[in-house]
Design a binder for this molecule. Structure first.
Ligand code: SF4
Length: 56
């Protein structure tokens, strides 16, 4: 098990798939905006909307 360091990889909003290697962030769709591509600068540290993915 990893420590629970915040990153997009353990965020419930990350969705792997589509055109992008790092996945897309679905957080914005929860507030009525479009999904965004996750960028390399964000993926390893997450963002202020980070929320721990459940069930892992
Ligand atoms: S950008 Fe933020 S909200 Fe989106 S997957 Fe990464 S940590 Fe989660």
């Amino acid at each position: 098990m990893s420590d629970e360091k915040q990153s997009c990889w353990n965020c419930m909003f990350q969705q792997i798939g589509g055109d992008t290697f790092l996945g897309i962030c679905t957080y914005f769709s929860t507030i009525g905006k479009s999904n965004k591509d996750i960028t390399p600068t964000v993926v390893d540290k997450g963002c202020k909307f980070w929320s721990k993915k459940q069930g892992q």
